[in-house]
Design a protein around this ligand. Structure first.
Ligand code: IFM
Length: 448
């Protein structure tokens, strides 16, 4: 594949933020530093849930190698680093007495970013629920959003004055739907009632956490949703309706409550019966004003109508080239989501692309794993989509690459490589890939 150049920083508006993103359980090494057990540990320990039954106990050992990892971020010329705080590392039981080593780890990490001129962009929850909360029903139990707000308050008190931006929950869709309806992520449930409760409680947890953070004087607060463009598998009206239903569930189920104080009708037709009591009264909390909105974008889906229970759709393969995740590469979806979200939900609110990237490397035959022309081409095409959205007037303020390092891709274990930096999972050595060097060349203005 021919090497594609990435657009230089000067091709974006003044002050546009470039960053890279990771999450705690995917890189830190959850077995280190006195972190408490999480539902991802139990999910991974259950046969059949995760490829090779791999877990995050060691991951990339970022817990010990954080300083070298921050050097890599600074070396590439990134402005910001989107990381997440592990709830169970800080509160091993989910509530109660904090783990001093956990608190100290994020002190070191945040100070390390500031020392290197990197803006700390925190996410409070990126999926590893403390086991003690999973034991009382996790996000199905409305106690969990209350405990989450307490955790948010603790984060605000300890780190709030040093954080550049903060978002409570990464990808509510994955936390609620893929985990309770599709069973793909911990806790691996397939239950419509559990799903409805998790959806609503995740939203409530978001709103309560925003209030708790504001109460601690923390500013620049946002929400991060993940979106997939939904194409009908054919022009058949039933497939068109299947795509609309997928769009409502996947893309609008959280944006609707956050910006309009309502679930889409196509969501209520399935989940309405199962929502917790008095759900309509809680949009005041859920709609807490935000300072920015983050969109995570990777791919599109093709939906066909199928018989059987709601939501009556199934995914079909599409014609576009796919990544190692079998996800079609569809940069137009990023442009169109940025425009649509601005027009239909967020108006003038600053937007960020908080995740974008691809899994590549399983198929190249490059033994070092560092030649990744498909990643450079993917980033180039999606940065072009970003530029098109900017030209259309979208108030887009930044773009974060997923991910800094090859890491734990949840139920797919360590086989899917999303990193700009290759990780050898035997030695844990890091080697920047060609995409890292291409980004460095595009971002650094000092000619080095
Ligand atoms: O690795 C995940 C991340 O945890 C959440 N967003 C999507 C990424 C790639 O699947």
């Amino acid at each position: 594949m021919a090497q594609t150049a990435l657009p230089p920083r000067s091709a974006f508006p003044e002050g546009f933020q470039f960053g890279t993103a990771t999450s705690a359980y995917q890189i830190e090494g959850h077995g280190f530093g006195g972190a408490g057990p999480t539902h991802w540990d139990s999910f991974a320990a259950t046969p059949g849930n995760v490829e090779n039954a791999e877990n995050g106990a060691v991951a990339c050992d970022h817990y010990h190698r954080w300083a070298a990892d921050l050097d890599l971020i600074a070396g590439a010329g990134f402005d910001a680093y989107r990381f997440s705080t592990s709830w169970a590392r800080i509160l091993p039981d989910g509530w109660g007495t904090p783990n001093p080593d956990g608190l100290a780890f994020y002190d070191r990490l945040i100070d390390g970013m500031l020392e290197r001129g990197i803006r700390p962009a925190a996410t409070l929850y990126h999926w590893e629920l403390p086991q003690a909360l999973a034991d009382i029903g996790g996000w199905r139990n409305r106690e969990t959003p209350r405990r989450f707000a307490d955790f948010a308050e603790l984060i605000g008190r300890n780190y709030g004055d040093r954080l550049w931006s903060t978002a409570p929950i990464n990808e509510p869709m994955c936390v609620a739907w893929l985990s309770h309806f599709d069973g793909m992520l911990a806790p691996g449930m397939r239950d419509i009632r559990a799903t409805a409760r998790a959806v609503h409680h995740v939203l409530l947890g978001h709103g309560l956490a925003i209030a708790a953070l504001r109460g601690q004087g923390v500013g620049n607060l946002g929400a991060v949703v993940n979106l997939e463009w939904a194409h009908p598998a054919s022009e058949n009206p039933e497939d068109v309706q299947a795509a609309a239903r997928y769009d409502a569930i996947y893309n609008r189920m959280f944006l609707g409550p956050l910006f309009e104080g309502a679930y889409p009708d196509l969501v209520l037709e399935g989940l309405g019966l199962h929502l917790p009591e008095r759900w309509e009264d809680e949009f005041g909390t859920i709609r807490a004003p935000l300072d920015w909105l983050g969109l995570n974008y990777y791919t599109c889906k093709r939906l066909a109508s199928v018989p059987g229970p709601w939501p009556h759709y199934a995914e079909r393969p599409g014609p576009l080239p796919v990544t190692d995740m079998e996800w079609e590469i569809y940069p137009d979806g990023l442009r169109d989501f940025l425009i649509r979200t601005t027009q239909e939900y967020s108006g003038d609110l600053p937007l960020y692309v908080t995740e974008n990237g691809l899994a590549a490397g399983q198929r190249t035959g490059d033994p070092s794993g560092t030649e990744d022309p498909s990643r450079i081409a993917y980033l180039a095409s999606h940065l072009e989509a970003v530029q098109a959205a900017l030209a259309a007037g979208v108030p887009l303020k930044g773009y974060f690459v997923w991910s800094l390092l090859d890491n734990y891709e949840w139920a797919l274990g360590y086989a899917k490589r999303f990193g700009l930096v290759h990780v050898d999972f035997d030695t844990l050595d890091r080697t920047p890939k060609a995409s890292y060097h291409a980004l460095r060349q595009a971002l650094r203005q000092d000619g080095t």
